[in-house]
Design a protein around this ligand. Structure first.
Ligand code: PLP
Length: 364
């Protein structure tokens, strides 16, 4: 199988798998226990947490290890002061949308300018009211790869003393990360960066008034109860450490090569957000000859995995909310597929997938 659906999930990195499996093989204690196995587990946990925090340049007391980005985003968003105002966008993932709707706040849903893939700082500034308490924004879009100008939005949030929640899922592991200043909470999922599914994190700055979703036994500074998974936390730390070796430009060169090959071999391809700043690994492409769902099935039979919309929605017949809210026509949205590469994708796989795409489309 040629796997071009890395924005849905990624293959576990061999080194991450090695440390994870070796910890599963050892009899580990509960990091909350006083005996030696417990204290050993605690030391491993402390070390792993430190290492994750180095990636984000925050103190370990500002890290909450979660089950994934959905939990992290929900926790950060539900920390918004009640009955205030939240500014977010219609391009956000369902994890954000559902959490924002659970608050008692008034919500402004911004949409980008027609055809564009990201919300601007200017749009956010115009939406600020005296009641605004929080901005929730994705650093990069998971479907198109379009980059948000995070530094500009963070500066704006800082100037207006707003809480800023950043969905960093589609950015981390695709571009170099820099944690913005201000009252920020950053959310991500491990399985998007070659760690196992079931672990993610939220890092936050000292001014962010984080509230627990559940307190349980008071673990993680009383903000996220429940016995910590040492093996998963160590695996996540290892996945972050592996990112230091990643050459994002090499992924970008391969993605650009893929797009060039598509243009050279297939008539009328339209690449969404092609001329905007994008993360290194995504191509979202409309093919005039065939509807996305049909093409996706043909590709699957020919051993190429791609995606039509985001993974959580695949299977649903609804068109992508991201492309729709970018103002693209239903006709184009229905003909669009997402291809997402990883550092494990090879040029040989790209050449084969273009040849397969071409033959699938010739049959139409
Ligand atoms: N945010 C974005 C941009 C995503 O792409 C996803 C998952 O696809 C999530 C949040 C939710 O992540 P998870 O399902 O790992 O909790």
């Amino acid at each position: 199988m040629i796997y071009l659906d890395n924005n849905a999930t990624t293959k576990i990195d061999p080194k991450v798998k090695q440390v994870y499996c070796s910890l599963l093989d050892q009899l580990l204690g509960n990091p909350g226990s006083m005996h030696r196995p417990g204290q050993h587990a605690k030391q491993l946990l402390i070390q792993a947490r430190r290492s994750i925090c180095e990636f984000f340049s925050v103190s370990p007391k500002h890290l909450i290890v979660t089950s994934g980005a959905t939990e992290a985003l929900t926790m950060a968003i539900l920390s918004c002061p009640p009955s205030s105002h939240i500014i977010t966008s219609s391009l956000e993932h369902a994890a954000v949308r559902e959490a924002v709707l659970q608050t008692s706040c008034k919500v402004t849903w911004l949409s980008p300018e027609s055809g564009k893939g990201a919300i601007t700082a200017d749009q956010i500034e115009k939406a600020i009211t005296p009641q605004t308490a929080m901005v929730v924004i994705m650093a990069a879009n998971n479907e198109t790869g379009a980059l948000t100008d995070l530094q500009a939005i963070a500066e704006l949030a800082y100037q207006h003393n707003l809480l800023l929640v950043v969905d960093a899922v589609a950015w981390i592991g695709k571009e170099t990360w820099k944690t913005p200043a201000g009252k920020v909470a950053i959310c991500m999922s491990g399985h998007k960066i070659h760690a196992p599914v079931g672990i993610g994190c939220l890092v936050y700055s000292s001014g962010f008034p984080l509230k627990p979703l559940f307190s349980g036994g008071g673990q993680q500074q009383g903000l996220r109860g429940g016995t910590e998974s040492v093996a998963l936390t160590v695996a996540l730390a290892q996945a972050f450490a592996q990112l230091e070796m990643v050459r994002y430009d090499e992924i970008r060169v391969l993605r650009n090569y893929f797009e060039q090959q598509l243009k050279n071999n297939i008539p009328d391809v339209l690449i969404h957000c092609e001329h905007e700043p994008r993360v290194s690994n995504v191509s979202n492409v409309a093919f005039s000859q065939c509807e996305g769902e049909t093409l996706l099935m043909k590709l699957d039979l020919a051993s190429v995995a791609a995606s039509h919309g985001s993974a959580c929605q695949s299977g649903a017949l609804e068109p992508s909310h991201v492309l729709t809210n970018m103002g693209l026509s239903k006709h184009i949205v229905k003909r669009s597929l997402r291809f997402s590469l990883s550092r494990m994708t090879t040029k040989e796989e790209i050449n084969r997938s273009v040849a397969i795409l071409r033959s699938c489309l010739v049959e139409e």
